[in-house]
Design a protein around this ligand. Structure first.
Ligand code: C2G
Length: 127
């Protein structure tokens, strides 16, 4: 059983989010997703996501390609979560290229989906 783990905020869920989760799942037998908590986002960006963490987790959990979801509480806990969920591979978009070095878990960065982002959606609604 090959376990893949990935992390993200998944605010205003869009196709870029869907594509990374689908590609991550295709790389193994089980996909576990850490959804960043509201408090973690606030500490990182001084703003809360638009969609609250419970809803973001419910949306991600409902996807066919996702097997398990948990709240990601800190950037520094990657090794802890990889060990806890017995992950073989950490998959992230290539905006995170080379950011994570883990023991007992390979890190792979996939190309981001172009022309879609939460920031752009927020800007479009604003203008
Ligand atoms: N992503 C993508 N294509 C996009 C937008 C996002 O492939 N157009 C990917 C990102 O590279 C990331 C995942 O979707 O792997 C989630 O992106 P975000 O919701 O922006 O989450 P992020 O702030 O990158 O994660 O520990 C990391 C944190 O949880 C933060």
């Amino acid at each position: 059983m090959k376990t893949i783990i990935t992390f993200g905020t998944f605010d205003l869920f869009h196709e870029g989010h869907l594509r990374i989760l689908e590609r991550a799942r295709e790389m193994g037998d089980r996909l576990v997703v850490g959804v960043s908590s509201d408090a973690f986002n606030y500490s990182k960006k001084q703003r809360y996501p638009i969609i609250p963490e419970e809803s973001r987790m419910n949306i991600v959990r409902a996807l066919k390609c996702v097997d398990e979801v948990f709240p990601e509480k800190s950037m520094e806990l990657k090794q802890f979560y990889c060990d806890k969920y017995d992950a073989d591979v950490l998959v992230m978009g290539d905006d995170w290229s080379g950011s994570f070095t883990l023991q007992g878990c390979e890190d792979i960065y996939l190309p981001r989906t172009e022309c879609v982002s939460t920031t752009e959606i927020i800007e479009k609604i604003r203008s």
